[in-house]
Design a protein around this ligand. Structure first.
Ligand code: GTP
Length: 321
């Protein structure tokens, strides 16, 4: 590393430094004069013993902010000549967690914390610029955080939804069903579950093709979704098996709902193209309601047993446990 020079002994001028725009030139020049200029080689880290504000005079720095600061969340920003980095560290006296490296051979003016405070005290213009800059950085960091939260929530929701049918998936069920069962037991409210299994679906695929099978699954899922209240949930349990959860619903009403679902699936339109043969789509449904002391596995098993009986009894029908 080259021997550091001071700002006053360098060819640089304060005119090119953003923080000093509109500030009292004489005061700034006097206070900044003894500050060192650090030469940082390309790819080298910027290391400095004390807390300081760094201003790029030549070259460029890359700042990778540590996610622990919650500021720019791991993103990398580039600091160009005239721009600064490290204001926040100086002002809040927290350690600087950013990793600063030179993107090219750079000259960097280091203004120690004491001098920064003197500049703030003695130059309103500099104080105003600093406030503006920090406010901008905070807004940018907040905006980034909100974007990240939105993206995170989007992916979380996506990971809970079945891609083919748009119904909730098993991951959602595994997370939510135990909670719903616990809640129903806790407040002593009924909870019903309907297992829906498309009939002879293997034959459907074989006769009409797998893509038509997919379309039939979508049509059945749509028919189910359209027939439910907003407080009910439809889940793709696996393959051609779907599940409906009816909170605060007893066995009698659940059977009525299941009959409605059975009708809607039977009448669902798989292809809107009338030139194609109308495939016959039906489903068998098993209904169970949460019994005292029953957990979610037992509830599912009970609905499954009812579904099995519906298949045995000739399909295209509802059987209650
Ligand atoms: N097209 C399509 N088919 C699926 C999908 N998931 C499962 N299947 C098919 O669904 C069929 C289920 O067959 P089985 O479990 O034998 O049951 P089934 O033919 O419906 O007979 P029953 O249930 O007894 O009426 C299999 O052929 C699976 O390949 C899917 O996402 N798309």
């Amino acid at each position: 590393m080259l021997k550091p020079t001071t700002f006053s002994a360098s060819p640089y001028s304060i005119d090119q430094i953003q923080l000093f725009q509109g500030a009292d030139q004489a005061i700034v020049r006097k206070l900044v004069a003894p500050c060192p200029i650090i030469h940082v080689g390309q790819g080298q880290p910027l290391t400095h013993a004390t807390r300081a504000l760094f201003i790029v005079l030549r070259g460029a720095l890359s700042v990778a902010t540590d996610f622990r600061t919650n500021t720019t969340d791991g993103s990398v920003s580039k600091i160009l000549p005239g721009e600064s980095v490290g204001e926040q560290t100086v002002v809040d006296e927290e350690a600087n967690l950013s990793a600063i490296t030179a993107l090219e051979d750079s000259d960097v003016l280091a203004i120690d914390a004491g001098t920064v405070w003197k500049l703030i005290d003695e130059s309103n213009g500099m104080a105003r610029n600093l406030l503006r800059l920090m406010s901008f950085r905070i807004r940018a960091a907040n905006a980034q955080l909100r974007r990240r939260q939105k993206v995170g929530e989007f992916y979380r929701q996506m990971s809970m939804v079945d891609g083919l049918t748009g119904l909730y998936n098993r991951a959602w069920l595994n997370e939510l069903l135990p909670q719903m069962v616990g809640q129903a037991h806790g407040v002593e409210q009924p909870l019903s579950l309907i297992m829906v299994d498309l009939d002879h679906f293997k034959k459907f695929n074989d006769s009409h093709g797998h893509l038509a099978g997919d379309q039939a699954l979508r049509a059945a899922a749509q028919a189910i979704s359209n027939a439910l209240r907003p407080s009910d949930f439809a889940v793709r349990y696996g393959g051609e098996e779907m599940m409906v959860l009816l909170p605060d619903t007893g066995a009698d009403v659940a059977v009525v709902v299941a009959e409605r679902l059975c009708d809607r699936i039977r009448n669902s339109v798989v292809f809107h193209d009338m030139r194609l043969p109308m495939p016959h789509l039906t489903a068998s449904l098993g209904v169970a309601s949460l019994a005292e002391g029953q957990d979610e596995q037992a509830l599912i098993a009970s609905a499954d047993a009812a579904l099995y009986r519906a298949k045995e009894a000739g399909r295209n029908r509802v059987v209650a446990a």
